[in-house]
Design a protein around this ligand. Structure first.
Ligand code: PLP
Length: 392
């Protein structure tokens, strides 16, 4: 089957958050301009999901719905086939999103006032999940070594040694830098977690989005101790563009930890997911693998395009290797512009709408995050506009 990864999907007026942000930045943005910010996908949905939902709707009752056997089989089958990860359905807790899940997890595994470590720059809701729940953000800034973002393990060990620090909110693969942590790096992080008795909340929402030849290791598969101290957050939402379905699967092998998570989740009044979310997730995981392979090819090609374009036309901008996710991290610092000036030129002159690096913490200032899950031509047009706007 061949898939359509070329048609530009204009989401103006559909309530799409990313498009609304663009309009907020420039109310008179001309037609034909697509944004590159929020992490969802401006492409047609996998036809397997659309067809399956259509069929399902023929004869549907949308009452309270719980997971069925075929839902569990699709989810655990995907984990096994794509990640070599053996998960039982009992280990999975449903949640209406990974952001709600890591908020729940922070409350379930730490006490008010505790420190929670994050590698910065960090996905911005990480800060909210910690501070909004009256915990303390403990920053472990990533370091750039030979052009690749690394975890500063000495700093991590030092911060973890503080007895007031009790958890690590980990992003793997890492948004916004696009790093997929190698097994050695994960083992080093695990040893620090073990030695300091940290619970690891591992947000692996991007784990299906791996560039060719890159391997991802699920944190809880490292060893038994890692499994026992880790909450792994997964969802089909980034992979298959189902964020609006608010459906995610949280894997907690440790029974006590799982119980604590469920208790905390129960306090929010959560009972079950939305009926269509179950169907979309089941269809994605059981039928849309080939579509994902095509998406990855597109994203990888877009990354190559961005890399060669900047190398030729704007060599001051550093384009980091993309190992996973569809989020390209770009370093604009060498242009020597203030944050405001960068924003003005990108958004008002070039009509290119990124997620500004500063959203990911002060460590992200001078960087931009570009969403590459878009048709090739859309990416190329935006690059041309940028090059024109920055031309001397
Ligand atoms: C690391 C990370 N976690 C979570 C989310 C969002 O999760 P959800 O929509 O399931 O709440 C995103 C979306 O970009 C993300 O990048």
């Amino acid at each position: 089957m061949s898939y359509d990864f070329e048609t530009v999907v204009d989401r103006t007026g559909t309530g799409a958050a990313k498009w609304q942000h663009m309009l907020d930045a420039k109310p008179d943005v001309p037609a034909g301009i697509s944004p590159f910010s929020v992490a969802d996908i401006d492409l047609k949905l996998a036809p397997e999901i659309v067809e399956g939902l259509r069929e399902h709707l023929e004869d549907v009752v949308l009452g309270y719905t719980v997971a069925t056997d075929d839902y569990w089989e699709a989810v655990t089958g995907w984990f096994q086939d794509r990640h070599g990860w053996a998960v039982t359905r009992e280990q999975i807790t449903l949640a209406p999103g990974v952001v709600p899940a890591f908020n729940t997890a922070v409350r379930a595994v730490t006490a008010p006032g505790d420190g929670v470590i994050v590698q910065t720059p960090a996905y911005y809701p990480f800060f909210g999940a910690i501070e909004g729940n009256e915990r303390v953000v403990v920053r472990n800034p990533l370091v750039l070594r030979e052009g690749r973002w690394r975890i500063d393990l000495d700093d991590l060990a030092e911060k973890a040694a503080d007895p007031r620090t009790t958890a690590l909110l980990f992003c793997s693969p890492h948004n916004p830098t696009g790093r997929v942590w190698e097994r050695d790096e994960l083992n080093a992080v695990w040893r620090i977690a073990r030695d300091n008795d940290l619970t690891v909340i591992s947000d692996e929402i991007h784990f299906d989005l791996l560039m060719p030849g890159v391997q991802h290791t699920v944190f809880s598969t490292l060893n038994d101790d890692a499994a026992a101290r880790t909450i792994v957050c997964t969802a089909p939402s980034k992979t298959f563009n189902l964020a609006g379905m608010a459906t995610s699967n949280i894997v907690i092998p440790n029974e006590q930890l799982r119980e604590n998570f469920r208790l905390e989740q129960g306090r929010t009044g959560f009972f079950t997911l939305n009926a269509l979310g179950f169907q979309a997730c089941r269809l994605a995981y059981s039928k849309a693998g080939a579509w994902l392979d095509g998406l990855i090819e597109l994203v990888h090609g877009n990354h190559e395009l961005v890399r060669s374009f900047f190398a030729e036309r704007m060599p001051q901008v550093v384009v980091f290797d993309l190992e996973g996710t569809y989020l390209q991290w770009l370093d604009f610092r060498a242009l020597g512009l203030s944050h405001e000036e960068l924003k003005r030129i990108n958004e008002q002159e070039a009509l290119v709408y990124f997620d500004e690096g500063a959203m990911f913490g002060t460590e992200g200032e001078g960087f931009e995050r570009m969403n590459l899950a878009a048709p090739r031509q859309t990416v190329l047009d935006a690059l041309e506009r940028l090059a024109r706007a920055y031309a001397p």
